[in-house]
Design a protein around this ligand. Structure first.
Ligand code: GLN
Length: 549
Protein backbone atom coordinates (compact mmCIF):
# COMPACT_ATOMS: atom_id res chain seq x y z
CA UNK A 1 0.00 0.00 0.00
CA UNK A 2 1.24 3.52 -0.66
CA UNK A 3 1.98 5.61 2.43
CA UNK A 4 -1.02 7.57 3.67
CA UNK A 5 -0.65 11.05 5.14
CA UNK A 6 -2.83 12.88 7.63
CA UNK A 7 -2.01 16.56 8.15
CA UNK A 8 -2.97 18.50 11.27
CA UNK A 9 -3.28 22.28 11.33
CA UNK A 10 -4.45 24.54 14.14
CA UNK A 11 -6.83 27.47 14.02
CA UNK A 12 -8.02 30.38 16.19
CA UNK A 13 -5.53 30.07 19.07
CA UNK A 14 -2.38 28.16 19.90
CA UNK A 15 -2.27 25.48 22.63
CA UNK A 16 -5.54 24.14 21.31
CA UNK A 17 -4.46 20.51 21.73
CA UNK A 18 -3.33 19.66 18.21
CA UNK A 19 -0.46 17.52 19.48
CA UNK A 20 -2.67 15.43 21.74
CA UNK A 21 -5.30 15.14 18.99
CA UNK A 22 -2.69 13.92 16.49
CA UNK A 23 -1.35 11.45 19.05
CA UNK A 24 -4.85 10.16 19.81
CA UNK A 25 -5.63 9.75 16.09
CA UNK A 26 -2.37 7.80 15.82
CA UNK A 27 -3.61 5.50 18.56
CA UNK A 28 -6.90 4.88 16.67
CA UNK A 29 -4.87 3.81 13.64
CA UNK A 30 -2.50 1.62 15.62
CA UNK A 31 -5.51 -0.09 17.21
CA UNK A 32 -6.65 -0.94 13.67
CA UNK A 33 -3.40 -2.74 12.95
CA UNK A 34 -1.42 -0.04 11.10
CA UNK A 35 2.12 1.09 11.77
CA UNK A 36 2.11 4.80 12.52
CA UNK A 37 4.65 7.60 12.88
CA UNK A 38 4.07 11.23 13.74
CA UNK A 39 6.08 14.23 12.59
CA UNK A 40 6.00 17.74 14.02
CA UNK A 41 6.87 20.66 11.75
CA UNK A 42 7.94 23.62 13.89
CA UNK A 43 7.98 27.02 12.20
CA UNK A 44 10.62 28.63 14.44
CA UNK A 45 14.13 29.31 13.14
CA UNK A 46 16.08 27.50 15.86
CA UNK A 47 17.55 24.26 14.51
CA UNK A 48 16.02 22.43 17.47
CA UNK A 49 14.58 23.37 20.88
CA UNK A 50 17.77 22.18 22.64
CA UNK A 51 19.14 25.66 23.16
CA UNK A 52 15.81 27.31 24.06
CA UNK A 53 14.76 28.16 27.59
CA UNK A 54 12.08 25.85 28.99
CA UNK A 55 10.13 29.05 29.74
CA UNK A 56 9.92 29.66 25.98
CA UNK A 57 9.30 26.17 24.86
CA UNK A 58 8.47 23.79 27.71
CA UNK A 59 10.31 20.52 28.00
CA UNK A 60 12.83 19.30 25.44
CA UNK A 61 11.87 15.70 24.65
CA UNK A 62 14.81 13.42 23.79
CA UNK A 63 14.52 10.47 21.41
CA UNK A 64 16.54 7.22 21.17
CA UNK A 65 18.82 8.66 18.50
CA UNK A 66 19.53 11.75 20.62
CA UNK A 67 17.28 14.18 18.74
CA UNK A 68 16.21 17.05 21.00
CA UNK A 69 12.60 17.64 20.08
CA UNK A 70 9.34 19.38 20.81
CA UNK A 71 7.32 18.17 23.79
CA UNK A 72 4.55 17.02 21.45
CA UNK A 73 6.81 14.11 20.51
CA UNK A 74 6.33 12.99 24.12
CA UNK A 75 2.55 12.97 23.62
CA UNK A 76 2.97 10.94 20.45
CA UNK A 77 5.26 8.37 22.06
CA UNK A 78 3.14 8.01 25.20
CA UNK A 79 -0.28 7.83 23.55
CA UNK A 80 0.69 5.64 20.60
CA UNK A 81 3.47 3.73 22.37
CA UNK A 82 5.98 4.11 19.52
CA UNK A 83 9.67 5.03 19.44
CA UNK A 84 10.22 7.95 17.06
CA UNK A 85 13.43 9.25 15.50
CA UNK A 86 15.02 12.50 14.41
CA UNK A 87 13.09 12.63 11.12
CA UNK A 88 9.99 13.25 13.24
CA UNK A 89 10.75 16.84 14.25
CA UNK A 90 11.59 19.41 11.58
CA UNK A 91 12.12 23.13 12.11
CA UNK A 92 12.39 26.05 9.69
CA UNK A 93 15.98 26.38 10.91
CA UNK A 94 16.86 22.84 9.76
CA UNK A 95 15.19 23.34 6.39
CA UNK A 96 16.98 26.60 5.63
CA UNK A 97 20.33 25.32 6.96
CA UNK A 98 20.14 22.40 4.52
CA UNK A 99 19.08 24.45 1.51
CA UNK A 100 21.73 27.10 2.16
CA UNK A 101 24.45 24.43 2.58
CA UNK A 102 23.43 22.93 -0.78
CA UNK A 103 23.52 26.36 -2.41
CA UNK A 104 27.05 26.99 -1.06
CA UNK A 105 28.15 23.57 -2.33
CA UNK A 106 26.96 24.62 -5.76
CA UNK A 107 24.14 22.09 -6.04
CA UNK A 108 21.82 24.68 -7.61
CA UNK A 109 24.44 26.42 -9.80
CA UNK A 110 22.78 28.96 -12.02
CA UNK A 111 19.50 28.93 -10.13
CA UNK A 112 17.83 31.53 -7.93
CA UNK A 113 16.96 29.89 -4.62
CA UNK A 114 13.38 30.60 -3.59
CA UNK A 115 10.81 29.59 -1.00
CA UNK A 116 8.86 27.86 -3.76
CA UNK A 117 10.16 25.41 -4.94
CA UNK A 118 13.45 25.05 -3.00
CA UNK A 119 12.25 25.44 0.57
CA UNK A 120 8.96 23.62 -0.07
CA UNK A 121 10.82 20.78 -1.83
CA UNK A 122 13.11 20.39 1.16
CA UNK A 123 10.06 20.27 3.46
CA UNK A 124 8.47 17.61 1.25
CA UNK A 125 11.72 15.61 1.19
CA UNK A 126 11.74 15.63 4.98
CA UNK A 127 8.10 14.56 5.19
CA UNK A 128 8.84 11.65 2.82
CA UNK A 129 11.80 10.67 4.99
CA UNK A 130 9.55 9.66 7.92
CA UNK A 131 8.07 6.56 6.29
CA UNK A 132 11.52 5.63 4.91
CA UNK A 133 13.14 5.89 8.34
CA UNK A 134 10.34 4.33 10.39
CA UNK A 135 8.60 2.04 7.90
CA UNK A 136 5.27 3.55 8.96
CA UNK A 137 2.25 2.88 6.74
CA UNK A 138 0.50 6.01 7.91
CA UNK A 139 2.37 9.23 8.67
CA UNK A 140 0.69 11.96 10.69
CA UNK A 141 2.15 15.43 10.24
CA UNK A 142 1.40 18.25 12.68
CA UNK A 143 2.21 21.85 11.76
CA UNK A 144 3.10 23.97 14.80
CA UNK A 145 1.54 27.37 15.34
CA UNK A 146 -1.78 28.68 14.10
CA UNK A 147 -3.02 29.14 10.53
CA UNK A 148 -2.42 32.77 9.66
CA UNK A 149 1.10 32.91 11.11
CA UNK A 150 3.68 34.19 8.65
CA UNK A 151 6.26 31.57 9.70
CA UNK A 152 4.18 28.51 8.88
CA UNK A 153 3.29 29.52 5.30
CA UNK A 154 6.03 27.45 3.56
CA UNK A 155 4.98 24.36 5.53
CA UNK A 156 1.32 24.84 4.59
CA UNK A 157 2.26 25.36 0.94
CA UNK A 158 4.22 22.08 1.03
CA UNK A 159 1.18 20.29 2.50
CA UNK A 160 -1.03 21.80 -0.20
CA UNK A 161 1.28 20.49 -2.93
CA UNK A 162 1.36 17.03 -1.37
CA UNK A 163 -2.31 16.49 -2.14
CA UNK A 164 -1.68 16.75 -5.88
CA UNK A 165 1.65 14.91 -5.59
CA UNK A 166 0.17 11.92 -3.79
CA UNK A 167 -3.49 11.99 -4.64
CA UNK A 168 -6.69 12.66 -2.78
CA UNK A 169 -7.01 9.07 -1.56
CA UNK A 170 -3.63 9.21 0.19
CA UNK A 171 -3.93 12.55 1.98
CA UNK A 172 -6.27 13.98 4.55
CA UNK A 173 -6.35 17.36 6.31
CA UNK A 174 -7.60 17.78 9.88
CA UNK A 175 -8.04 21.30 11.25
CA UNK A 176 -8.19 21.67 15.04
CA UNK A 177 -9.91 24.86 16.24
CA UNK A 178 -11.25 26.52 19.37
CA UNK A 179 -14.84 27.61 20.07
CA UNK A 180 -14.90 30.60 22.46
CA UNK A 181 -17.70 30.79 25.02
CA UNK A 182 -19.46 34.10 25.54
CA UNK A 183 -20.68 34.21 29.14
CA UNK A 184 -23.19 37.06 28.71
CA UNK A 185 -25.22 35.19 26.10
CA UNK A 186 -24.17 31.72 27.27
CA UNK A 187 -23.19 30.52 23.84
CA UNK A 188 -20.32 29.01 21.94
CA UNK A 189 -19.14 30.90 18.89
CA UNK A 190 -18.20 29.35 15.57
CA UNK A 191 -17.14 32.53 13.78
CA UNK A 192 -13.39 32.28 14.60
CA UNK A 193 -13.47 28.71 13.27
CA UNK A 194 -15.14 29.89 10.07
CA UNK A 195 -12.48 32.57 9.66
CA UNK A 196 -9.59 30.22 10.21
CA UNK A 197 -11.02 27.73 7.71
CA UNK A 198 -11.37 30.59 5.21
CA UNK A 199 -7.73 31.49 5.86
CA UNK A 200 -6.71 27.87 5.27
CA UNK A 201 -8.73 27.80 2.03
CA UNK A 202 -7.02 30.95 0.81
CA UNK A 203 -3.76 28.99 1.05
CA UNK A 204 -5.35 26.21 -1.01
CA UNK A 205 -6.14 23.66 1.69
CA UNK A 206 -9.70 22.51 2.33
CA UNK A 207 -9.97 20.59 5.58
CA UNK A 208 -11.57 17.13 5.43
CA UNK A 209 -12.27 17.12 9.16
CA UNK A 210 -12.65 19.79 11.82
CA UNK A 211 -11.98 18.97 15.45
CA UNK A 212 -13.73 21.72 17.42
CA UNK A 213 -12.31 22.15 20.90
CA UNK A 214 -14.11 23.81 23.77
CA UNK A 215 -14.27 23.89 27.56
CA UNK A 216 -18.06 23.65 27.57
CA UNK A 217 -20.44 21.10 25.96
CA UNK A 218 -20.91 21.46 22.20
CA UNK A 219 -24.40 20.70 20.88
CA UNK A 220 -25.44 19.20 17.56
CA UNK A 221 -26.54 22.58 16.21
CA UNK A 222 -23.05 23.99 16.56
CA UNK A 223 -21.57 21.03 14.68
CA UNK A 224 -24.16 21.42 11.92
CA UNK A 225 -23.35 25.09 11.64
CA UNK A 226 -19.61 24.40 11.37
CA UNK A 227 -20.27 21.70 8.74
CA UNK A 228 -22.42 24.07 6.69
CA UNK A 229 -20.24 27.16 6.89
CA UNK A 230 -16.95 25.37 6.52
CA UNK A 231 -18.04 22.93 3.84
CA UNK A 232 -17.12 19.81 5.75
CA UNK A 233 -19.25 16.67 6.06
CA UNK A 234 -21.37 16.69 9.23
CA UNK A 235 -19.83 13.39 10.41
CA UNK A 236 -16.41 15.01 10.02
CA UNK A 237 -17.08 17.79 12.54
CA UNK A 238 -15.83 16.34 15.81
CA UNK A 239 -16.81 18.10 19.03
CA UNK A 240 -14.01 17.78 21.58
CA UNK A 241 -14.77 19.13 25.01
CA UNK A 242 -11.68 19.47 27.22
CA UNK A 243 -11.21 16.09 28.89
CA UNK A 244 -10.01 16.04 32.50
CA UNK A 245 -8.01 12.91 31.69
CA UNK A 246 -5.67 13.20 28.74
CA UNK A 247 -5.65 9.45 28.16
CA UNK A 248 -9.41 9.50 27.61
CA UNK A 249 -9.05 11.36 24.31
CA UNK A 250 -8.46 8.31 22.08
CA UNK A 251 -11.66 6.79 23.51
CA UNK A 252 -13.61 10.00 22.86
CA UNK A 253 -12.38 10.14 19.27
CA UNK A 254 -13.28 6.47 18.78
CA UNK A 255 -16.79 7.17 20.08
CA UNK A 256 -17.08 10.03 17.60
CA UNK A 257 -16.25 7.51 14.80
CA UNK A 258 -13.07 9.31 13.77
CA UNK A 259 -11.34 5.99 13.07
CA UNK A 260 -14.12 4.75 10.77
CA UNK A 261 -14.15 8.06 8.89
CA UNK A 262 -10.40 7.87 8.31
CA UNK A 263 -10.64 4.28 7.04
CA UNK A 264 -13.39 5.31 4.69
CA UNK A 265 -11.70 8.42 3.30
CA UNK A 266 -8.24 6.87 2.96
CA UNK A 267 -9.59 3.63 1.50
CA UNK A 268 -8.09 1.54 4.29
CA UNK A 269 -9.23 -1.81 5.66
CA UNK A 270 -8.33 -2.41 9.30
CA UNK A 271 -6.24 -5.52 9.79
CA UNK A 272 -7.58 -5.86 13.31
CA UNK A 273 -10.54 -4.78 15.36
CA UNK A 274 -9.70 -2.06 17.86
CA UNK A 275 -9.54 -3.47 21.36
CA UNK A 276 -9.86 -0.71 23.94
CA UNK A 277 -10.33 -2.95 26.98
CA UNK A 278 -7.06 -2.18 28.74
CA UNK A 279 -7.21 1.49 27.72
CA UNK A 280 -10.73 1.72 29.16
CA UNK A 281 -9.48 0.08 32.35
CA UNK A 282 -6.72 2.69 32.53
CA UNK A 283 -9.21 5.56 32.29
CA UNK A 284 -11.59 3.89 34.73
CA UNK A 285 -8.83 3.43 37.31
CA UNK A 286 -7.76 7.05 36.84
CA UNK A 287 -11.29 8.21 37.66
CA UNK A 288 -11.55 6.16 40.88
CA UNK A 289 -11.07 7.89 44.21
CA UNK A 290 -7.79 6.68 45.67
CA UNK A 291 -5.64 7.52 48.68
CA UNK A 292 -3.38 10.39 47.74
CA UNK A 293 0.37 10.76 48.17
CA UNK A 294 2.08 14.12 48.03
CA UNK A 295 5.36 14.57 46.25
CA UNK A 296 7.34 17.78 45.94
CA UNK A 297 8.75 18.54 42.52
CA UNK A 298 11.62 20.93 43.19
CA UNK A 299 12.48 22.73 39.98
CA UNK A 300 13.50 26.09 38.63
CA UNK A 301 10.89 26.37 35.88
CA UNK A 302 7.89 25.32 37.99
CA UNK A 303 5.78 28.32 36.91
CA UNK A 304 5.45 26.51 33.60
CA UNK A 305 4.30 22.95 34.24
CA UNK A 306 4.99 22.06 30.60
CA UNK A 307 8.71 22.29 31.42
CA UNK A 308 8.37 19.01 33.37
CA UNK A 309 5.58 17.32 31.44
CA UNK A 310 7.27 13.90 31.03
CA UNK A 311 8.25 13.82 34.71
CA UNK A 312 4.70 14.59 35.76
CA UNK A 313 3.27 11.96 33.40
CA UNK A 314 5.79 9.32 34.55
CA UNK A 315 4.81 9.98 38.18
CA UNK A 316 1.15 9.66 37.24
CA UNK A 317 1.76 6.36 35.43
CA UNK A 318 3.50 4.89 38.48
CA UNK A 319 0.87 6.22 40.91
CA UNK A 320 -1.93 4.74 38.82
CA UNK A 321 -0.27 1.31 38.70
CA UNK A 322 0.10 1.31 42.48
CA UNK A 323 -3.49 2.45 43.06
CA UNK A 324 -2.76 5.89 44.50
CA UNK A 325 -3.53 9.47 43.50
CA UNK A 326 -0.62 11.78 42.85
CA UNK A 327 -0.74 15.11 44.68
CA UNK A 328 2.15 16.99 43.09
CA UNK A 329 3.44 20.08 44.89
CA UNK A 330 5.36 22.41 42.61
CA UNK A 331 8.15 24.01 44.59
CA UNK A 332 10.47 26.66 43.25
CA UNK A 333 14.06 25.76 44.13
CA UNK A 334 14.93 29.43 44.72
CA UNK A 335 12.38 29.41 47.57
CA UNK A 336 14.40 26.72 49.33
CA UNK A 337 17.65 28.67 49.27
CA UNK A 338 19.42 29.66 52.47
CA UNK A 339 17.12 27.31 54.33
CA UNK A 340 14.08 29.42 53.52
CA UNK A 341 10.75 27.61 53.40
CA UNK A 342 12.44 24.22 53.60
CA UNK A 343 9.61 23.27 55.96
CA UNK A 344 7.47 23.05 52.82
CA UNK A 345 9.04 19.63 52.44
CA UNK A 346 7.94 18.46 55.87
CA UNK A 347 4.47 17.55 54.71
CA UNK A 348 5.43 15.56 51.62
CA UNK A 349 6.18 11.83 51.32
CA UNK A 350 8.61 12.15 48.43
CA UNK A 351 10.90 14.63 46.70
CA UNK A 352 11.74 14.64 43.02
CA UNK A 353 14.43 16.87 41.56
CA UNK A 354 14.32 16.90 37.77
CA UNK A 355 16.85 18.03 35.16
CA UNK A 356 18.05 21.57 34.55
CA UNK A 357 20.88 23.85 33.48
CA UNK A 358 22.56 26.92 34.95
CA UNK A 359 23.17 28.04 38.51
CA UNK A 360 19.86 29.70 39.47
CA UNK A 361 18.20 27.82 42.32
CA UNK A 362 20.93 25.19 42.60
CA UNK A 363 21.54 25.63 46.34
CA UNK A 364 17.79 25.27 46.91
CA UNK A 365 17.84 21.90 45.19
CA UNK A 366 20.86 20.85 47.24
CA UNK A 367 18.94 21.86 50.37
CA UNK A 368 16.03 19.70 49.21
CA UNK A 369 18.40 16.73 48.75
CA UNK A 370 19.86 17.35 52.22
CA UNK A 371 16.42 17.52 53.82
CA UNK A 372 15.35 14.31 52.09
CA UNK A 373 18.53 12.49 53.11
CA UNK A 374 18.53 13.37 56.79
CA UNK A 375 14.78 12.98 57.19
CA UNK A 376 14.72 9.72 55.20
CA UNK A 377 12.17 11.04 52.73
CA UNK A 378 12.23 9.14 49.41
CA UNK A 379 14.24 11.18 46.90
CA UNK A 380 14.47 10.67 43.15
CA UNK A 381 17.01 12.74 41.20
CA UNK A 382 16.84 12.94 37.43
CA UNK A 383 20.06 14.03 35.70
CA UNK A 384 20.74 17.36 37.46
CA UNK A 385 18.79 15.95 40.42
CA UNK A 386 21.27 13.06 40.57
CA UNK A 387 24.25 15.39 40.27
CA UNK A 388 23.04 17.56 43.14
CA UNK A 389 22.34 14.53 45.31
CA UNK A 390 26.03 13.67 44.74
CA UNK A 391 27.14 17.23 45.61
CA UNK A 392 25.08 17.20 48.80
CA UNK A 393 26.47 13.81 49.82
CA UNK A 394 30.00 15.02 48.96
CA UNK A 395 29.69 17.96 51.36
CA UNK A 396 28.88 15.45 54.10
CA UNK A 397 31.61 12.95 53.17
CA UNK A 398 34.36 15.50 52.67
CA UNK A 399 33.16 17.60 55.57
CA UNK A 400 33.33 20.86 53.64
CA UNK A 401 30.91 23.16 51.86
CA UNK A 402 33.52 23.52 49.13
CA UNK A 403 32.07 20.75 47.01
CA UNK A 404 30.21 21.41 43.79
CA UNK A 405 29.61 20.56 40.17
CA UNK A 406 32.06 22.46 37.98
CA UNK A 407 29.00 23.61 36.02
CA UNK A 408 28.19 25.96 38.92
CA UNK A 409 31.65 26.65 40.33
CA UNK A 410 34.46 26.36 37.79
CA UNK A 411 37.16 26.63 40.41
CA UNK A 412 35.72 24.44 43.15
CA UNK A 413 38.46 22.40 44.90
CA UNK A 414 36.10 19.40 44.88
CA UNK A 415 34.39 19.02 41.50
CA UNK A 416 32.49 15.83 42.35
CA UNK A 417 30.52 16.42 39.16
CA UNK A 418 32.72 17.46 36.30
CA UNK A 419 32.74 18.03 32.58
CA UNK A 420 33.13 14.80 30.60
CA UNK A 421 36.48 14.46 28.82
CA UNK A 422 34.93 14.66 25.37
CA UNK A 423 33.09 17.83 26.38
CA UNK A 424 36.20 19.83 27.34
CA UNK A 425 36.86 21.50 24.00
CA UNK A 426 33.33 21.91 22.71
CA UNK A 427 32.66 25.40 21.36
CA UNK A 428 29.15 25.00 19.92
CA UNK A 429 26.42 24.43 22.49
CA UNK A 430 23.71 23.15 20.11
CA UNK A 431 23.30 19.36 19.81
CA UNK A 432 26.67 18.56 21.40
CA UNK A 433 25.70 17.03 24.75
CA UNK A 434 25.77 13.32 25.51
CA UNK A 435 22.44 12.62 23.87
CA UNK A 436 20.14 9.67 23.36
CA UNK A 437 20.11 6.01 24.25
CA UNK A 438 23.10 4.49 26.10
CA UNK A 439 23.41 1.09 27.81
CA UNK A 440 23.58 0.83 31.58
CA UNK A 441 24.53 -2.25 33.59
CA UNK A 442 22.90 -2.70 36.96
CA UNK A 443 25.01 -3.85 39.87
CA UNK A 444 24.10 -6.65 42.29
CA UNK A 445 22.35 -5.94 45.60
CA UNK A 446 20.97 -2.56 44.60
CA UNK A 447 17.55 -0.95 44.60
CA UNK A 448 18.05 -0.18 40.90
CA UNK A 449 18.53 -3.84 39.97
CA UNK A 450 15.57 -4.85 42.12
CA UNK A 451 13.41 -2.23 40.40
CA UNK A 452 14.32 -3.16 36.83
CA UNK A 453 14.50 -6.92 37.38
CA UNK A 454 17.04 -7.20 34.54
CA UNK A 455 20.73 -6.39 34.65
CA UNK A 456 21.11 -4.41 31.45
CA UNK A 457 18.95 -1.52 30.25
CA UNK A 458 19.12 1.35 27.78
CA UNK A 459 18.07 4.85 28.75
CA UNK A 460 17.95 8.31 27.16
CA UNK A 461 20.52 10.94 28.10
CA UNK A 462 20.95 14.70 27.79
CA UNK A 463 23.85 16.16 29.76
CA UNK A 464 27.42 17.45 29.62
CA UNK A 465 28.58 16.74 33.16
CA UNK A 466 29.01 13.46 35.02
CA UNK A 467 30.20 11.86 38.25
CA UNK A 468 33.94 12.45 38.81
CA UNK A 469 35.51 9.00 39.30
CA UNK A 470 38.19 10.34 41.64
CA UNK A 471 35.54 10.38 44.33
CA UNK A 472 34.11 6.92 43.78
CA UNK A 473 36.05 5.14 46.49
CA UNK A 474 35.56 7.66 49.29
CA UNK A 475 31.86 7.98 48.49
CA UNK A 476 31.40 4.20 48.38
CA UNK A 477 33.00 3.88 51.82
CA UNK A 478 30.44 6.29 53.23
CA UNK A 479 27.45 4.48 51.75
CA UNK A 480 26.87 5.56 48.19
CA UNK A 481 26.39 2.69 45.75
CA UNK A 482 27.05 3.13 42.07
CA UNK A 483 24.21 0.90 41.07
CA UNK A 484 24.21 1.58 37.32
CA UNK A 485 27.40 1.84 35.25
CA UNK A 486 28.23 2.11 31.56
CA UNK A 487 29.37 -1.32 30.21
CA UNK A 488 33.05 -0.26 30.41
CA UNK A 489 32.48 0.71 34.05
CA UNK A 490 33.70 4.25 33.47
CA UNK A 491 30.49 6.27 33.72
CA UNK A 492 28.22 6.38 36.74
CA UNK A 493 24.66 6.12 35.42
CA UNK A 494 22.81 5.52 38.70
CA UNK A 495 23.81 6.31 42.27
CA UNK A 496 21.90 5.35 45.40
CA UNK A 497 22.37 5.55 49.15
CA UNK A 498 22.62 2.50 51.34
CA UNK A 499 21.24 3.86 54.57
CA UNK A 500 18.03 5.32 53.17
CA UNK A 501 14.65 3.91 52.07
CA UNK A 502 15.05 5.40 48.57
CA UNK A 503 17.59 8.01 47.69
CA UNK A 504 18.47 7.36 44.09
CA UNK A 505 19.57 9.47 41.15
CA UNK A 506 19.96 8.69 37.47
CA UNK A 507 22.32 10.45 35.09
CA UNK A 508 19.77 9.68 32.36
CA UNK A 509 16.12 10.68 31.98
CA UNK A 510 13.91 7.67 32.75
CA UNK A 511 10.81 9.85 32.37
CA UNK A 512 11.09 9.77 28.57
CA UNK A 513 10.44 6.03 28.40
CA UNK A 514 7.50 5.81 30.80
CA UNK A 515 4.18 4.89 29.19
CA UNK A 516 0.67 4.99 30.68
CA UNK A 517 0.39 1.25 30.07
CA UNK A 518 3.99 0.52 31.11
CA UNK A 519 5.16 2.76 33.95
CA UNK A 520 8.93 3.08 34.28
CA UNK A 521 10.34 0.61 36.86
CA UNK A 522 12.38 3.26 38.72
CA UNK A 523 9.33 5.53 39.03
CA UNK A 524 7.33 2.56 40.34
CA UNK A 525 10.03 1.74 42.89
CA UNK A 526 10.20 5.39 43.98
CA UNK A 527 6.41 5.50 44.30
CA UNK A 528 6.45 2.32 46.44
CA UNK A 529 8.85 4.05 48.84
CA UNK A 530 6.61 7.15 48.82
CA UNK A 531 3.55 5.04 49.67
CA UNK A 532 5.42 3.41 52.51
CA UNK A 533 6.50 6.78 53.86
CA UNK A 534 2.88 7.98 53.64
CA UNK A 535 1.66 4.83 55.42
CA UNK A 536 -0.42 3.73 52.43
CA UNK A 537 -0.53 0.16 51.17
CA UNK A 538 0.39 0.16 47.50
CA UNK A 539 -1.38 -2.12 45.05
CA UNK A 540 0.83 -5.22 44.60
CA UNK A 541 1.50 -6.52 42.06
CA UNK A 542 0.99 -3.19 40.31
CA UNK A 543 -2.09 -2.93 38.04
CA UNK A 544 -1.29 -3.87 34.49
CA UNK A 545 -2.74 -2.02 31.51
CA UNK A 546 -0.72 -3.73 28.81
CA UNK A 547 -2.75 -3.57 25.65
CA UNK A 548 -3.57 -6.58 23.57
CA UNK A 549 -1.59 -5.06 20.69
N1 GLN B 1 23.26 20.63 33.54
C1 GLN B 1 23.59 19.25 33.77
C2 GLN B 1 24.54 18.70 32.71
O1 GLN B 1 24.68 19.29 31.67
C3 GLN B 1 22.35 18.41 33.87
C4 GLN B 1 21.58 18.31 32.60
C5 GLN B 1 20.18 17.79 32.79
O2 GLN B 1 19.65 17.80 33.88
N2 GLN B 1 19.56 17.37 31.69
O3 GLN B 1 25.14 17.68 32.90
Amino acid sequence: MSTKYIFFTGGVVSSVGKGVTAAAVGRLLKERGFTVAVQKLDPYINVDPGTMSPYQHGEVFVLDDGAETDLDLGHYERLIDVRLNKACNVTTGQVYADVIAKERRGDFLGGTIQVIPHITNEIKRRIAMVSKMTGAEIVLVEVGGTVGDIESLPFLEALRQLRSDMGRGNTLYIHVTWLPYIGATEELKTKPTQHSVRELRSIGISPDMIVARSDTPIDEGICEKIAQFCDVEKRAVIPMVTAPILYEIPLLLEKAHVGDFLMDRLGLKPTKKPNWKSWEKLVEETKKTKPSVSIALVGKYVELHDAYISVREALKHAALALGVELDLKWIHSVDLEKGREIDKLESVSGVIVPGGFGSRGIEGKINAAHFARVNKIPYFGLCLGMQLMVVEFGREVLQTENVNSSEFDRTTPNPVIDLMDDQQDIANLGGTMRLGLYPCELQPNTIALKAYGVDKVEERHRHRFEFNNQYRESFAQKGMKFSGLSPDGKLVEIAELVDHPFMLGTQFHPEFLSRPTRPHPLFVQFMRAVCEKAGITAQEPPLSFENSL
